[in-house]
Unconditional design. Structure first.
Length: 290
C-alpha cells in the first residue's frame, strides 16, 4: 500500500495519473461524486430522460464537463425495492470521459451495503460482495437523447478508444471497481479512482482486478472505517490502495472521516475553489483550525 506524505494537510498522494494529472485531478473526481450525491436516489421509473431536469449536474460541473448521459440502478435488498433510481453520470472532459457513481443515500441502499455474503464464481476470478455486485448488475446507461441500455455496452459504445476515468464514492466506489475491471476486460482505455471504497471482493478478485487494470488508485483516509469493511468472509482490499494519514483538521467522527468533500480537501485543498462559495465556507467551518 502507498502512503501519502503527512507533512502538509492537503499533501498529494503519489500514484494518481488520471487525465489532468495527480492528486488534484483525483480531488476533482471526489467532488463530482459529492455532486451526484446531492441529487441522490431520484426515481426514474420512465427513464432518466423523463426527469432529466432533476438529474442535471450543477452549474460548477457543467462549466467544465458536458453531460453525455445518466446511470440508473434498481434499489432493492432483502425483498424490499424502491425501483429504478439515479446513480450517476457519464461526462465528457474534452477528448476524455468520466463515469461518476454516487454513494449510499437511502435506507434500502444501506441494506445493500449490509448484504455481506460473497458471491462465488465471479467470471473474471475470485468472489465479489453480493449486495454491491447485485446492484451493479442492474445498472443502465441512458445517453442524452437516447434509450437506456446495459451500462457496459452503452458506455463502451460512447467512449470507443478514448480515455475513460471511472470514479465513485463509498458504495459507488465499490461498484465502480466492477465497471472498471469489466470495461478493461472488454478493451476500453480505463483508469479508476475510487474514493472511500469498502472492500468489493476477496483476494482472488483483487488479483483479477490488478491483472487487468494498470491505472487505478483506491483512496482510503486512515480514520475512515468504511475502507476496512466488510470484515470476514475472505474480503480483501484492492492492491492499489493509497492511504491518506489522519489529519487533525478533519473532525474525527464517522461522517467527517468518510465525506467525499473532505477526501477532496485532503488530496488537494485548492480543488474546493470550483465549489460555490457557500459550500466552501461550510467545509472550512467544519474543519478544525490549522
Amino acid at each position: 500500500m502507498g502512503t501519502a506524505d503527512g507533512g502538509d494537510p492537503g499533501a498529494a498522494v503519489t500514484g494518481a495519473s488520471v487525465p489532468g494529472a495527480g492528486a488534484g485531478a483525483s480531488a476533482r473526481l471526489a467532488l463530482l461524486c459529492w455532486a451526484a450525491e446531492q441529487i441522490g436516489p431520484v426515481a426514474t421509473p420512465n427513464g432518466a430522460g423523463a426527469v432529466q431536469g432533476s438529474l442535471a449536474p450543477p452549474a460548477w460541473v457543467s462549466a467544465r464537463y458536458r453531460l453525455c448521459g445518466w446511470i440508473t440502478g434498481e434499489d432493492s435488498a432483502f425483498g424490499l425495492s424502491a425501483g429504478r433510481v439515479f446513480y450517476g453520470w457519464v461526462l465528457a472532459d474534452g477528448p476524455a470521459y468520466v463515469l461518476v457513481l454516487r454513494g449510499t443515500e437511502s435506507a434500502i441502499e444501506w441494506l445493500v451495503d449490509f448484504d455481506f455474503p460473497p458471491r462465488s464464481g465471479y467470471r473474471l476470478g475470485g468472489e465479489v460482495e453480493s449486495g454491491f455486485y447485485g446492484l451493479y448488475e442492474t445498472l443502465d446507461f441512458q445517453p442524452v437523447g437516447g434509450a437506456a441500455g446495459l451500462l457496459l455496452a452503452g458506455v463502451a459504445r460512447l467512449v470507443g478508444a478514448d480515455p475513460l476515468a471511472i470514479t465513485g464514492h463509498s458504495l459507488g466506489a465499490a461498484i465502480a471497481t466492477y465497471a472498471t475491471v469489466e470495461l478493461a476486460e472488454a478493451g476500453a482505455h480505463v483508469s479508476g479512482r475510487f474514493i472511500a471504497s469498502p472492500r468489493p471482493g476477496d483476494a482472488g478478485f483483487a488479483d483479477a482486478f490488478a491483472a487487468r487494470v494498470t491505472d487505478a488508485v483506491d483512496y482510503h483516509y486512515a480514520p475512515d472505517i468504511v475502507g476496512d469493511v466488510p470484515i470476514g468472509f475472505g474480503y480483501s482490499p484492492l492492491h492499489c490502495v493509497e492511504t491518506i494519514p489522519a489529519n487533525l483538521r478533519v473532525p474525527d467522527n464517522p461522517a467527517s472521516n468518510h465525506h467525499a468533500v473532505h477526501y477532496a480537501w485532503l488530496l488537494d485543498p485548492a480543488s474546493l475553489e470550483v465549489l460555490p462559495e457557500w459550500k466552501r465556507e461550510t467545509v472550512m467551518a467544519v474543519l478544525n483550525p490549522g
